[in-house]
Design a protein around this ligand. Structure first.
Ligand code: CP
Length: 315
């Protein structure tokens, strides 16, 4: 049983709950900043970041602070984890200090579930190994709904019917790919997965319904309304060697591919490795949604932190 307000994976949310979260994100974004800052005044939220992060950590922190919460950041380098303290004991310590919700990024798949079980507190998974990154999938969805569906917060099994999204790159190690691949088909989107065999095993299509492997990126692009590019996760390759020249030739979103598909929306969860999976013209072009994705992070994470502490959408 999930603790109320936790979010460990996208499967924790019904489509009605996704819709309620997106509605709450819109309400909080539109709210007067002073009124908003009283919503969670002095409530305590811990950010436990055991893996590097720029976007997720910063936006969760800004989101919690925008609602008036007190935040504390714990990272592996400066905490007692370095001395061998367990995740369970860290969680119990934070709970004893009055923390009411924990946001966790970890290299280990499943660690948010362990922390939730140990503490009984709501846990927001900010990325666990190669498993899931549900808040990223929600902010990606908000971005897609803005450009493709006029910004609706209503999500049904038909909301993205007729839309094809290609996710390209290191699918195997990408928690973003997994969360999106599990969420987007539930809204009716067709999702193509593209990448070389070592980074996209055939079993990836069995992650969930609505997924198709199209290994030929140049065959996937003409079918797509949106492309989500992913970096190669060098920190998780564990001895796997790729010919990067070949990789770029087959899977880079470069000027030639961009010019051939001028109406393609370009997404990337970041961090980008420019010149590797994506070139400047794609990352900075008129059809790039990459900065917009980051912006939606604060609103979506405000909604997640508020939900974790018991706030619901008013409409
Ligand atoms: N997209 C994402 O998770 O980025 P960070 O690693 O910078 O948080």
């Amino acid at each position: 049983m999930r603790v109320a307000g936790s979010l460990l994976g996208v499967e924790d949310l019904s489509l009605a709950e996704v819709s309620a979260l997106l509605t709450l994100a819109g309400e909080l974004e539109a709210e007067d900043p002073l009124a908003r800052s009283r919503l969670l005044l002095k409530r305590r939220v811990a950010l436990l970041f055991y893996e590097s992060s720029t976007r997720t950590r910063t936006s969760f922190e800004l989101a919690a602070k925008a609602l008036g919460a007190d935040t504390t950041l714990v990272s592996s380098k400066s905490s007692s984890i370095e001395k061998g303290e367990s995740l369970k004991d860290t969680g119990l310590t934070l709970r004893a200090l009055g923390v009411e919700a924990i946001i966790l990024r970890s290299a280990f798949a499943g660690s948010p579930a362990l922390l939730e079980r140990a503490t009984g507190l709501p846990v927001l998974n900010a990325g666990d190994g190669a498993h899931q990154h549900p808040s990223q999938a929600l902010l990606d969805l908000r971005t897609l709904l803005r450009v493709l569906r006029g910004g609706t917060a209503e999500t049904t099994a038909q909301t993205l019917a007729g839309v094809t999204i290609t996710i390209c790159g290191d699918i195997l190690h990408s928690r973003v790919a997994r969360s999106n691949a599990l969420l987007l088909p539930r809204l009716g989107a067709r999702v193509l997965l593209s990448g070389p065999l070592p980074l996209l095993p055939e079993v990836a299509a069995a992650m969930g319904p609505g997924l198709t492997i199209e290994r030929d990126f140049d065959a996937a692009l003409p079918q797509s309304d949106v492309v989500m590019m992913l970096r190669i996760q060098a920190e998780r390759l564990a001895g796997l060697h790729l010919d990067l020249h070949e990789y770029r030739a087959a899977f880079q979103l470069n000027e030639k591919r961009l010019a051939a598909h001028p109406r393609l929306w370009v997404m990337h969860p970041g961090p980008m490795i420019r010149g590797q999976e994506i070139v400047d013209a794609a990352a900075d072009g008129a059809r790039s949604l990459i900065e917009e994705q980051v912006r939606h992070g604060v609103a979506v994470r405000m909604a997640l932190v508020a939900r974790a502490l018991g706030v619901r959408a008013s409409s």
